[in-house]
Design a protein around this ligand. Structure first.
Ligand SMILES: Cc1cc2nc3c(=O)[nH]c(=O)nc-3n(C[C@H](O)[C@H](O)[C@H](O)COP(=O)(O)OP(=O)(O)OC[C@H]3O[C@@H](n4cnc5c(N)ncnc54)[C@H](O)[C@@H]3O)c2cc1C
Length: 457
């Protein structure tokens, strides 16, 4: 049964959480964390709680000012660190209804999970906005004792031999030293590359995402999505996103607005010489999406890269004095029907902090001791999920997933459910009438096997 929860409302601005520069200059830090996204803030929070002197550096005006994502936070790992965080953080709605839709040019078919279990604490997921959430989360780390330095960009690591001993920053004092540095600087991690932990990127390792936040008229959200109280909906879409573009789309319900956007494989944008704006426009004009947006006003627009090659783009995770966490390590689960990154970021930030804590106790910060982080990640759901679903990746690069099967599935169901006085065929009979060169039995079996291997067994 659906029930009202008191979701939190805290709003955190720059002034509330910035630490004075003098505080930064006057301290020697045990650990420097670069990037106040979910991965970096988690590492700083866990370390600060253990009394470790930790500096969290963020290039943005405040944590969250430069960050975006679709909107779904799967909170199990965060609830371990901050029980009932949804009562304190700025959470828009809990996700009680999860939909997955397949789109053709003018039609759609959807799986709609309206789950009683997802509507009960601790809830399966929440819709959040990063501009609010990241600020609140960083404030928790500051309350625990971390020092936060904003508007500061880390330019490089400082080395002594094979050991990383600090970072170079774009402002006075220029160099900051620590026993360990944690690189939590996001998808294109400058630090991991500068430290030689990560090779240069290729277009097939990333998707590009764009998102709009659209304010709806009062009451429209509840009416259009059949929502009660603080209940929310998430909808992920697969299918045609512009001519020959490969990717998907998402839509999440905030309190009074929608977060929606598209995610398109970078190589498909490049090869089709298309822009992601065309894909977003096409998605917003789709006949099943447009009515949901009627009367809406765009409040925000943002774009960001997603590392999507999973285990195949895993960098060196640890080295002397350095650990790589979150998106900087490519820790995102994208299996066609999953898009999870924040929970992996939080789990990796915590694993890194716990490893560093052991290292500080032993007084050693070399590659050997920090390698325990690799093992901790391997034993956690993070690398287990990335390994388990690595076979889903080839499926995502199968062009028939975007160009053939959405129309095939919708067409098949249209034929099956049509009532025209001719009587219904059995489903296999319907499928036989639809087989052609691109969707021959052999091809269907091969692709079915690939999808099955990727997601089902
Ligand atoms: C379009 C889109 C939709 C997504 N949807 C979801 C979703 O619904 N659910 C989900 O779980 N995940 C989603 N993700 C993935 C998720 O956003 C990431 O996995 C997650 O944000 C990773 O957290 P992070 O802390 O590792 O990196 P980030 O959140 O990217 O944080 C990195 C931080 O480092 C700072 N920084 C970078 N370089 C420097 C530097 N040199 N010096 C100082 N600071 C620096 C940045 O300003 C930023 O604050 C989505 C991603 C995109 C792009």
């Amino acid at each position: 049964m659906s029930k009202q929860i008191a979701v939190g409302n805290s709003t955190v601005g720059a002034e509330q959480i910035r630490s004075p520069k003098s505080e930064v200059r006057s301290q020697n830090f045990d650990v420097i964390v670069v990037g106040a996204g979910p991965a970096g803030t988690t590492a700083a929070l866990v370390l600060a709680r253990q009394g470790v002197k930790v500096l969290l550096i963020e290039r943005g005006e405040y944590p969250g000012s430069k960050n975006m994502f679709g909107g779904a936070l799967f909170g199990h790992v965060l609830a371990d660190l901050i029980p009932e965080f949804w009562q304190k953080a700025h959470v828009e709605r809990y996700i009680g209804r999860k939909m997955i839709s397949i789109l053709t040019k003018d039609s759609a078919v959807a799986l709609d999970l309206n789950s009683a279990a997802f509507k009960e604490p601790p809830y399966n997921g929440f819709v959040i906005q990063r501009s609010q959430f990241d600020g609140w989360y960083a404030q928790e780390a500051v309350k625990a004792g971390a020092v936060l330095l904003t508007r500061t960009t880390v330019l490089d690591v400082l080395r002594e031999g094979n050991q990383v001993v600090g970072v170079k920053v774009d402002r006075s004092p220029g160099e900051l030293r620590a026993k360990v540095v944690i690189a939590a600087d996001g998808a294109v991690s400058l630090l991991a590359r500068k430290a030689g932990m990560r090779r240069d990127f290729t277009a097939d390792q990333f998707s590009l995402g764009v998102k709009e936040v659209i304010q709806l008229p009062p009451g429209a959200l509840e009416e259009r999505f059949n929502l009660l109280g603080d209940e929310g909906v998430s909808n992920e879409y697969l299918g045609l996103m512009g001519e020959g573009l490969h990717g998907g789309a998402f839509l999440y319900s905030n309190k009074e607005s929608l977060s929606l956007g598209v995610v398109v494989q970078a190589h498909s944008l490049k090869s089709k010489k298309a822009t992601i704006y065309e894909a977003l426009d096409q998605f917003k004009r789709h006949p099943v999406v447009a009515p949901l947006l009627e009367g809406g006003r765009v409040l925000e627009y943002s774009a960001h890269l997603i590392p999507e090659a999973g285990i195949k783009m895993l960098p060196q995770l640890s080295g002397g004095g350095l650990l790589v966490v979150g998106d900087a390590a490519g820790l995102v689960l994208m299996g066609g029907i999953f898009l999870e990154g924040v929970n992996l970021a939080i789990a990796s930030g915590r694993a890194a902090a716990e490893t560093v804590s052991t290292a500080l106790t032993s007084g050693k910060f070399d590659a050997q001791i920090l390698k325990r982080y690799d093992k901790a990640l391997k034993d956690s759901f993070v690398l287990k999920d990335l390994t388990r679903f690595q076979t889903a990746m080839p499926m995502l690069f199968n062009k028939r997933l975007y160009e053939v099967y959405p129309s095939f599935i919708v067409g098949m169901l249209e034929k099956w459910f049509r009532v025209d006085g001719q009587g219904h065929q059995k489903l296999t009979g319907v499928v036989k009438t639809m087989l052609d060169e691109e969707t021959g039995l052999w091809q269907l079996a091969k692709d079915g096997l690939q999808a099955g291997r990727g997601l089902l067994w």
